[in-house]
Design a binder for this molecule. Sequence first.
Ligand code: ADP
Length: 315
Amino acid sequence: RGDVLSTAASPPEVADQFEATVVWMDDEAMLPGRPYLLKIGTRTVGASITEPKYKVNVNTLEHLAAKRLELNEIGVCNLSLDAAIAFDAYAENRDLGGFILIDRISNRTVAAGMLHFALRRSQNIHWQALDIDRAARAAQMGHGGKVVWLTGLSGAGKSTIANLVEKKLYAEGRHTYLLDGDNVRHGLNKDLGFTDEDRVENIRRVAEVAKLMADAGLIVLVSFISPFRAERRMARELMPEGDFIEVHIDTSLAEAERRDVKGLYAKARSGQLKNFTGIDSPYEAPENPEIRIDTQAMTPAQAAEAITTWLEAHP
Ligand code: ADP
């Protein structure tokens, strides 16, 4: 299913990156970088969209700058797919050039689109095969790489607990690294803010970095609010099955707000801080995390113990 038979004389092109026109049809705006499913003919592949190059004013056909596409907006964007597909430009072949985008969690059709052309980079960049692979690195390290992803509200206790977990693992001679939200925002992600778009990009970059570090054989602790299910799922799917461990640091909003370690809840409540998770930006709790830590029933030391015990039982 999804394969295409063609005449040898005029085969369709094959590529995984495109420019396309996208017509957004969902109440929830398009978010650049978020993973969607793209269905073209009978083929379905994972896809993400870059920031729109422009959107079109449908009355005047004027091109306008845009960061995202809202309901009924039409824009021109680049698409990047998880796998190469056979295609024709929509202008030449509607069947092999027209597609829909599907939300991976709700299964709603969120957009329809038309492929223009393949980006040249998709033909010119190839994955380089290397001789020292994941298994070789794991053998040298004495353990395989993993990503332990701590998610939860600000002030839930992610950094406190991740720090204790890292100390325990370090003391046992494991090779670890802790990626902390605030720290990464000082460097790699200092160009990003807290809008939904920037939060998606924040997590995409951290997930890719964590994946590289795990590939190098490290046990990577990621301590990020990471409020959206879709991006945590994207991070999970970058890793081999079993090597991504989602840990929900579960603290009620009332308790996190009572702790208010950094004074941020007070600022958010008084309107000085916009888009704060739990106040005026949503937190989507994990549905099936590998580990759930109730910080109102456990001390940080007990929480760290629970996580390292779980890791020992699932090598
Ligand atoms: P986050 O990284 O999730 O924003 P922090 O670790 O920076 O949260 O802050 C959590 C605060 O809550 C710390 O001051 C910590 O001492 C306190 N705290 C109180 N009880 C707990 C608990 N059971 N687990 C984790 N942190 C706790």
